[in-house]
Design a protein around this ligand. Sequence first.
Ligand SMILES: Nc1nc2c(c(=O)[nH]1)N[C@H]1C(S)=C(S)[C@@H](COP(=O)(O)OP(=O)(O)OC[C@H]3O[C@@H](n4cnc5c(=O)[nH]c(N)nc54)[C@H](O)[C@@H]3O)O[C@H]1N2
Ligand SMILES: Nc1nc2c(c(=O)[nH]1)N[C@H]1C(S)=C(S)[C@@H](COP(=O)(O)OP(=O)(O)OC[C@H]3O[C@@H](n4cnc5c(=O)[nH]c(N)nc54)[C@H](O)[C@@H]3O)O[C@H]1N2
Ligand code: SF4
Ligand SMILES: [Mo]
Length: 888
Amino acid sequence: MAACTGKSVKTACPYCGVGCGVVATPQADGSVAISGDGEHPANFGKLCSKGGALGETLSLDDRLLHPEANGVRVSWDEALDLVASRFSQTIAQHGRDSVALYVSGQLLTEDYYVANKLVKGFIGTANIDTNSRLCMASSVAGHRRAFGADTVPGTYEDFEEADLVVLVGSNLAWCHPVLHQRLARARERRGTKVVVIDPRATATCDIADLHLPVAPDADVALFLGLLARLEQDGALDAAYVGAHTSGAEPALALARNVSVDQIADLTGIDAATLERFYALWSQTSRVVTVYSQGVNQSTSGSDKVNAIINCHLLTGRIGRPGMGPFSVTGQPNAMGGREVGGLANMLAAHMQIENAGDRDRVQRFWSSPAIAQKPGLKAVDLFRAIGTGQIKAVWIIGTNPVDSIPDADAARAALLACPFVVVSDVIRETDTTACAHVLLPAAAWGEKDGTVTNSERRITRQRAFLPLPGEARPDWRIICDVASRMGFPDAFAFPNAAAIFREHAALSAFENDGARDFDIGALSELDDVAFDALAPVQWPQRAGAPAADARFFAQGGFFTPDRRARFVPTHLPSRAKLTTRERPFTLNTGRIRDQWHTMTRTGKAPRLMAHAPEPFCELHPQDAARIGVKHGDLVDIDAGHARAVMRAVITPQQRRGSVFAPMHWTDRFAARARIGALVDPACDPVSGQPGLKNTPVSVTPFASAWTGFAVAARRPAPKTDYWALAPVEGGWRMELAAGAPPDDWQAFAAGLFGIDAGAADWVAYHDRAGFSHRVATFVGDRLAGALFVGAGAAALSRSFLSDALALAHTPEARFRLLAGRAGGAQEDPGALVCACYSVGANAISKAALAGACSVEAIGAKLKAGTNCGSCRSEIRRLLDERRLEEAV
Ligand SMILES: Nc1nc2c(c(=O)[nH]1)N[C@H]1C(S)=C(S)[C@@H](COP(=O)(O)OP(=O)(O)OC[C@H]3O[C@@H](n4cnc5c(=O)[nH]c(N)nc54)[C@H](O)[C@@H]3O)O[C@H]1N2
Ligand SMILES: Nc1nc2c(c(=O)[nH]1)N[C@H]1C(S)=C(S)[C@@H](COP(=O)(O)OP(=O)(O)OC[C@H]3O[C@@H](n4cnc5c(=O)[nH]c(N)nc54)[C@H](O)[C@@H]3O)O[C@H]1N2
Ligand code: SF4
Ligand SMILES: [Mo]
């Protein structure tokens, strides 16, 4: 399909699980204009900073555009034959369990469906798992234990119809920004109370009436206490519990045994604050408890989920407007992946692999030669099995496990030792593609067609609006081509994504009769034209029975054999005592506002990088003082088996004894900041989801003899002990630090910038006594690179120097550049806060000094915060800090 200039195409955002509708309009100059889809029921026209910047991430420069085998470009036929024959041979020699696929919640449902069909129905193993194991597995396990199926009962409107919204381990403001803003607006309208339960005071606390800085992994204790309290208060809904649930008594018996003192001790939350939270929850019938990775990514993740669900079941507060537990999904198609059964312990269409009737049903539907008989290896075990040689061929699609799996260095070593590794990606150089024997170029967002399902079960079409670049192909097609070559041409002879969707929809309705929650049978007859035009639609969509209600379970009807929900008794966790004398801090990891995971896409947009151009580690001021670290120093984080070096950010929002580091930085962007390498791979025993938020580490000052800053027109290749790269308009900026300084800074700079020192034009300033070295090099009137080392580096204007890459320089201006900041009236805008209008922290502080004291006043004056709104909480925080400074 060719790009049609000027024609607007409705599609869905490829980032978070909010699932916003996007309108993409290719422009005559090759760019693409992006706006929110005003008719989409998830976002009604709004987009966050990441969605709004989608147009800036579509360039082809770092794309994987041709198949490769062993580092050499090959034809598609050669690549597909190689993959199919190596998989077939490995199966013939070592059995079907010796191969695996590792896929992603960022695939489209159609890609995911054929991957799962190939592995579970035709290869006949369940060794297909997905990065959703790191993301949603505990929610899936919790839902299945309580509801008998992986059902999200509510809808986004519940956020707006609730009187109390409790956010547990969810930084909604940064991770689901558009939903956060829907909640913020509802709160303004109806005075919704908001409680945030998170060890850190995140940007989400901006709208919180109450923040509970819970100790790491003490959530089960907190909700056990709530369950007991609900019974005491008479909030138990006897009719609902009696008619629709079982197991309340044993769950309550465990909860009654726990004293408030014990809870206060375990959670680190004082009794008075606990009382406020419990009273609020108990007295408010319209309550939604939202949870995300602070709940799921834990060795007690499934119990956390069930401890929350128990409270909703006990009060019957589920499935009615403004009521219910709500797992917000991370990836754009986390839900679609669950629908097709992409997890190693699930079958297609929410059927169960342990259930012989379900296995038989799926096999008959597929007319397949073999069906997986038992659950396959879950992600962390899968990578272990690659490491031990049990898995001899693996195909990784749409995920970057060398960065995102816990104990990531071991995952990398496992892949490097694996006899056959295939990676399908859109980007040529990632930490995972570096380990592959075969690289398959996948079509990216904007080039591919299919569907995704968001957190509220709403299916939205992703539509192509760009031509396929190079030889890239959609993932579903690549998978079907390999399946055909493995001997299954008929079952994978799909002409297009629509045909796959029809089969998926038909399977969901096959012998269903209301026994299974996931049923979109009404969509199984869509012809290609209707599929193309499909408007966003929420499931269930049963054939012949239009959905009476968008919610589940108000009248019971759970998916257990007796249609009753189960209370799951949860036990008081022992104190989260993982830390030791050598490793006294808990390492918490997660997300920042403007980056997406391993930065393969958001790392391309200078505007998104400007919010946080370096990997950083947040520390509480008292902890920092104790270990002798100042704001802006570099710190060494050591987990024993791996280390990282990051910039210290000292903030009282951080919980004492715990440090937070973003999950995003990879070896492409920093010397040693792959935080996944440090993370302990211990998993929840029920869900197999790793506890990514609680690893004992030590934090010490990073010893370096010198630090520096540089800008370069071409991507530099730093080799220093510490470096961090970020793209800027016209080039790159980087921070550097190392041990012994080089003898010749000009030679060092030439190496860094990849230029011939002799042939270039240089200006330099050296103060050896004061240890300050500044060199810059030019090609014509353009700056090729500038390096600033030693004294005064902190006072440089990073933005002035970055901007210099895009300017023409007269001979006089060259020397002025070495000052490292603009002369005269030009001011340094400071760290970027508003990505939409490029407004920095200094500008906001200055406007505040001049009397703009509210977020609205800042918006009126600078426009900051008036478009996507993702930065409003940071603006408020800057204003609060200013007020604090004025008060002391
Ligand atoms: N900007 C941005 N948005 C994203 C993504 C992204 O990469 N960037 N990724 C998407 C994906 S895939 C996902 S899964 C979601 C994740 O969305 P979130 O779950 O909201 O994000 P995280 O930052 O991983 O973790 C949330 C919070 O859990 C807290 N936490 C840590 N330990 C505990 C604990 O023991 N108890 C409690 N109660 N809280 C704890 C952390 O301090 C953190 O603030 O975001 C989605 N949206
Ligand atoms: N320490 C720590 N680790 C974590 C987490 C954490 O909070 N802390 N969170 C976990 C969670 S919740 C998640 S979801 C994971 C995410 O971790 P990953 O899935 O590893 O991260 P991404 O960067 O999203 O990787 C997606 C890859 O797919 C490629 N890609 C993009 N579009 C396509 C496409 O259409 N087809 C194909 N074939 N490839 C494509 C991208 O270039 C990229 O390489 O990380 C997990 N790991
Ligand atoms: S909230 Fe932002 S990242 Fe999430 S779907 Fe909407 S625009 Fe995309
Ligand atoms: Mo995720």
